[in-house]
Design a protein around this ligand. Sequence first.
Ligand code: MN
Length: 128
Amino acid sequence: MSDGDLVLIVEDNEKNMKLARDLLQYAGMRTLEATSAEDGIAIAVREHPDIVLMDIQLPGMDGIAALRKLREDDRTSGIPIVALTASVMQADRDRFEAAGFDAFMQKPVEVRTFAAEVRRLSAKGRNR
Ligand code: MN
């Protein structure tokens, strides 16, 4: 298990965090967790995960601002970052894409496909 993809989950909802963590670990991936953007950025700099799953609505700094910080920093600019969003609105999806997320995933996550999708996005890497 120790060589599985390292996934940083930034999510302030405890139930969402637990589900994501359980699904990824069950699939052999390693997880890091942050419940705020600030903590997520610090962990990303320190641990250099293979991929970041970023909630948008967070206490304090939101996920879009966190994305910008991670992109500005040479230590984290190459890490694929996926927006986790409960929104199904196209305008929001367009906004996330314009902000520079590599992909987005819908919450609640699809239990059967979530881990495989995270692995695929991790292997694919940055969009540009
Ligand atoms: Mn949230």
